[in-house]
Design a protein. Sequence first.
Length: 279
Amino acid sequence: MKRFWIILIISIISTIGIPLAAQKIERESSDRSQIIHLKTALNHLTVIELREPVTQVATGSQSFKVEWRENKVFVQPTEADASTNLFIWTSSERLNYELEPAGNVAGMDFAVDQSPLAQPKPASISQPSQPSPMEILLAGKAVRFESAKPSRKLVEVRIRDLYEGDGRLLVRYAVRNRGRHVYDIRTPQIYLLTGVRYPQSLYTLADSQLGDPEAARLSAKQQIPVPVLESHLESEHLAPGEESLGIVALRLPSSTEPTILRFQFPNDEKQQVAALLVR
């Protein structure tokens, strides 16, 4: 009874034409040192499809008919027991094949597709990390005030400290209103002074703010505007007796010599509101 069912199943498979071994469509890699074995069958065509157009082919025997068009190569055996090798060239590589003797259709390679190139992962652009508030507090430099006389201006600017890193300069300042009217603050205009002349060495004044008497003794040939990258103000309107803190971020070229920056604020009652920083 068991044998009867086995014979019946085989008969059904043969009747409906389902092959016990299916023909193959292979995928090959690009390796110049690799030899790819190709199985063919008489009266059947095997197609090799590449990523780019074929420039030349060569085979070691006329027992196989080989033709190519664009990026496709067609291989067909003309003899039953012949085998040979096949070379295919493209503009960027050479592929090596061994053409095996023609066999049965069930085991042949119907088509061989070349594996696509792995797409490179897009390079990630690393963004420069911004310093944390704690890093700014720890690495900041206090700015001392150099002045022979106390300021008598109604609106006074004091530069408190600065932080340098990643080519950026952060400056924290305070504006105090000693006048009788409201003073409106705006982001200061900042200038880099060049051709500076001063009675004493500026190296000894690094990280300091010059008071009014000291600023009067300084001369410069030119002042170059410095773009402000960021600006933050605690308050834009100062009532009499009030003080407001502000921070500006700049990008300055590196220098081995002292640099003088001029912070220009809106004038108040015809008085100039400005500060000079030596760094």
